[in-house]
Each structure stands twice: as C-alpha cells, then as structure tokens.
Design a protein around this ligand. Structure first.
Ligand SMILES: Cc1cc2nc3c(=O)[nH]c(=O)nc-3n(C[C@H](O)[C@H](O)[C@H](O)COP(=O)(O)OP(=O)(O)OC[C@H]3O[C@@H](n4cnc5c(N)ncnc54)[C@H](O)[C@@H]3O)c2cc1C
Length: 463
C-alpha cells in the first residue's frame, strides 16, 4: 500500500484532466480530481461546445433566406435569443452531468473546490484544512481570458459572459481578431447584431495562411461586419445607451456591449507551483518536457496550462499520453504535427499543415488554388464563395498543407489530416477519384500550379 492518500491528484476537471483521471482510475489507481467551477472545463461549459451551438443558431437566418429560392415560403420569421441560450445551457448541463457520471463510474473521487499545490506530493483544498498527499500531481487547470489594461477595461466582457447574456445586444465592439473574436463576430452578425472588430494588426486571424485570412475578412465585410485594422481601443466609458468606445485613431464608437477577445493565459496564478520550484514560462505557462513532466518528477501538466497547442483534442491526447507514460510504463512523447484546425466563422475555415508563408521559410513550394461558387449558391443567389488551397513541397511532392474556406471546411480538414499524416503526395491526391458533385472533389482535381502575378516591367519607373 502506497504511503500517499492517492496515486494521482488531478487539478482541473476539463478536457485533459478528466481524461487522465478516468484512464488512471480504470487502471486501478487511486485517483482524485478537484474542480473549482464546473466539471467538463472550458470546452464543455464555456468553449467549443456552447460556441458551436451558437454558430449553428446564427446560421439559420441565412439558410432560411436561401430556402426561398428552393421553393420554401413562410412569414414572420423571428429569433428568440433567450430560447437559444436556454437550450444551449440545457445541453451544457447535460454534458456536465455526463462528465460527472464518467468520473464517478471510474471511481475517481471528486472535490468541487479550488486546489493548490503545497509540495511535490501535497495538495491543499480551499474548503478544508487537512492537506492531501499524492504520489503524482497533474496540473490541468486550463487557461483564462486575458484583458488589456485600458481605462474602462472593467466594462469588457469575455467569451465566458457571451454564453450568458440576458439579452442580445443591438451592437457589439469586439477587441481582437483571433479565432475566438472572429467566431463571435460571425455569430453576432448572423443574429443581426451590429458588429465592429478592432485589431491593432493588418489583418484578422494572425497565424493562418494569408489567403484564408483575406477570404474570411472579405466575406465578413460582405456580411456587414465592420473590420477596423491598425487601431486599438484607447478607453471605454459607460453612458445611458451602453458604452462609448474611443479608439487610438481618434474615432469613437457607441456599443451596447464591448468584448475583449485578446487571448488567453495559462490558469496558473496562485496555484503555488513557483513556490515549490516548478518552472513557469511566459504568461505563467507550466514548462514541461515531451512527456508533459514539469521540472519536478512528481508533477506533470497537460492542456492549456502548458500553452502548447491550446485545443481540446490536444489536451485529451496529452492526458492520455501522461497516463500511458506514468502508469502503464509506455513512455509516450506527444506529436504535434498536422493538427487540423477550424475557425467556425461564416464561411468557416478548415486547415491542416503549413500555410504558404510558413512553408516558404523551409521549403520550395508549389501552390494550387481554386475559388468558385458552391452549387447551392447558384440557386440561392447568396454571394458565398469556396476557396481551396494546397501547399506542396516542390522537391518531394509531399502535400504540406490543405486549406479551405467554405461550407463543411472543418469536416474536410479532419479527413485531409489523415492523408497528410500518412505523408500523401500531390500525385496521391491527383490519383484519388473525385466524389461528384461535392465541394471537396476540387482537392483532387487541381492541376494548374498557381503563379504569383508578374509585376509589369517598368511600372515603378512609370509611377
Ligand atoms: C470560446 C472558446 C472556444 C473554443 N473553441 C474551441 C474549438 O472549437 N475547438 C477546440 O479544440 N478548442 C476550442 N477551445 C479551446 C479548448 O476549450 C481548450 O483548449 C480546452 O478546454 C483545454 O482543456 P484543458 O483540460 O487544458 O483545460 P480546461 O478545459 O480549461 O479545464 C481546466 C479546468 O480547471 C479548473 N481549474 C482551474 N484552476 C483550478 C484550481 N486551482 N482548482 C480546481 N480547479 C481549477 C477550471 O475551472 C477548468 O474547469 C475554445 C476555447 C474557448 C474559450
């Protein structure tokens, strides 16, 4: 019998923590987990799941309009925000219950309180005095929204509050143009809210392939979203109708709500890690090796707390690899290659592998692009467009990246990820039979290499 109360104590019952706790308990280990908010974590309670449900909700307006051209008619189409939010929260509650039951069934002891680390083998719970001893500690505390420091920053809401608004705002200013900001810009625009996005950089969605960024920016502008680049929020003041948002370029925007989507930071402050010698990096991220081990042998960390690739499937895979490494004797280093990613804007992005700019840093590349109207738009008349792009290593013929903007792009990127992981070449893509009529068939029928436009000789001199 071990000298410790538990074999494993997990701090944080989100995607990574729940997976690790369940798997370790199923191996017969004595496992406990602490959660200070709600079991399920960010993804289930206030991230991926409720967001995707809002995305669905926001798309119906356009689809109902499209349906008219397909012969449907109806009157008095109305939207009820509270009904949507209520139904989304009902699903969140169901998942919260399902995650709780999963832990219960596996025999994981649950503490619904905040936990801190008191030593290499010690955890303290906020609601009791007796310290807990454990052979291993897994830090799976996730991330939390980071707010910029401007006068009036107390008026910012984050994505967390967007899931609980008691009324749909008439207008919203969103600071930040990363994927969370752009997804909410798209959701609110789809629900009829007047949306302005403020971003200090040149273009939305930094880090994605430039063509994808340009395509989505153009589509959002077409849908009426006011994208203001190269500016920032100087201050926010409350007034009778809502808020007045002053920009650094001198402009002022009235808004019913002001959202900060300015990134997330690892949720490690006050956790006690630095006091016992666990190395923390930028913004408080827990520094770990390829096996998710921290600078102390008994403490591991997974998920957003380590700020590696902040996505749910990654946190889950890291939790699984931790259990295999520590409790099954099968050391499993994480592999972060070819992680498919989506941005659930309307139109949505699906992407896997290297974008053109990143690929060009290390490879000589061939680029293939296609842009067309999806078949349904020929009847609906909607100005939607599909964009597809392949980034291919010119030397080895390997496909380095598959990028798409358009309907079902996320689903397509997931399948494309399998072929890229297997090392598929452009020749393999070309020899794959097309599925007709589909949007994705274009991925296997692109034959013409894209050439950058040649500058007209002497044009500079003429200017
Ligand atoms: C709006 C939004 C949309 C997103 N959309 C997507 C998406 O579409 N796809 C995708 O893959 N990812 C998405 N993500 C990211 C995804 O949610 C995270 O990457 C994932 O949840 C990380 O899991 P985790 O286990 O590291 O942490 P989390 O799921 O954040 O769980 C950490 C848990 O620890 C708890 N906790 C923290 N400190 C303590 C403490 N001291 N004691 C006790 N409990 C504590 C927290 O309350 C939380 O429940 C989104 C995130 C947001 C915010």
């Amino acid at each position: 019998m071990s000298e410790y109360d538990y074999d494993l104590f997990v701090i944080g019952a989100g995607s990574g923590g729940v997976r690790a706790a369940r798997l370790a308990a199923q191996l017969g280990k004595r496992v406990a987990i602490a959660e200070e908010y709600r079991i399920g974590g960010t993804c289930v309670i206030r991230g991926c799941v409720p967001k995707k449900l809002l995305v669905y909700g926001s798309r119906y307006g356009g689809e109902i309009e499209d349906a008219r051209a397909f012969g449907w008619s109806y009157e008095n189409v109305q939207f009820d925000w509270l009904k949507l939010i209520h139904n989304v929260q009902r699903e969140v509650d169901r998942l919260n219950g399902a995650y709780t039951r999963t832990l219960e069934k596996a025999g994981v002891e649950r503490f619904l309180t905040r936990a801190t680390v008191a030593g290499p083998h010690n955890v303290t719970l906020a609601d009791r005095h007796t310290p807990i001893t454990t052979e291993y500690i897994l830090v799976a505390t996730g991330g939390t929204p980071a707010f910029p420091n401007v006068p009036g920053s107390e008026h910012f809401i984050s994505s967390n509050e967007c899931f609980q608004l008691d009324a749909l705002p008439e207008s919203i200013v969103i600071l930040g143009a990363g994927y969370i900001g752009m997804e909410f810009a798209s959701i609110f625009a789809g629900l009829g809210v007047d949306v302005t996005v403020i971003y200090r950089g040149d273009q939305i969605l930094r880090g994605f392939d430039m063509d994808l960024r340009d395509e989505v920016a153009e589509a959002l502008r077409d849908r009426g979203v006011d994208l203001r680049m190269n500016t920032n929020i100087a201050s926010i003041e409350k007034d009778e109708g809502g808020f007045r948002v002053a920009l650094t370029d001198g402009d002022e925007i009235p808004a019913s709500r002001v959202m900060a989507a300015t990134g997330r930071r690892p949720n490690t402050s006050g956790l006690g890690l630095e006091n016992i010698g666990v190395e923390l990096g930028k913004n408080g991220r827990v520094v770990v090796d390829a096996y998710s081990k921290t600078s102390l042998d008994s403490i591991y960390a997974v998920g957003d707390a380590t700020d590696r690739a902040n996505l749910t499937p990654v946190a889950i895979r890291e939790g699984t690899a931790f259990v295999e490494t520590v409790f099954e004797g099968l050391p499993k280093a994480m592999d972060y290659s070819f992680i498919p990613t989506a941005v659930f804007t309307e139109p949505e992005i699906g992407t896997v592998g290297l974008g053109e700019e990143d690929a060009r840093e290390k490879h000589s590349v061939d680029i293939y692009k296609a842009s067309f109207r999806p078949m349904r738009a020929t009847i609906s008349g909607r100005g939607e467009k599909v964009f597809l792009k392949l980034v291919v290593d010119a030397g080895t013929d390997k496909v380095l990246g598959v990028h798409m903007v358009g309907p079902d792009a996320a689903e397509i990127a997931q399948m494309a990820a399998i072929s890229l992981k297997l090392g598929a070449t452009k020749t393999n893509f070309d020899s794959t039979m097309a599925l007709h009529p589909s949007v994705a068939e274009e991925l296997v029928t692109m034959r013409q290499k894209w050439e950058p436009p040649t500058p007209i000789k002497g044009s500079d001199a003429a200017a």
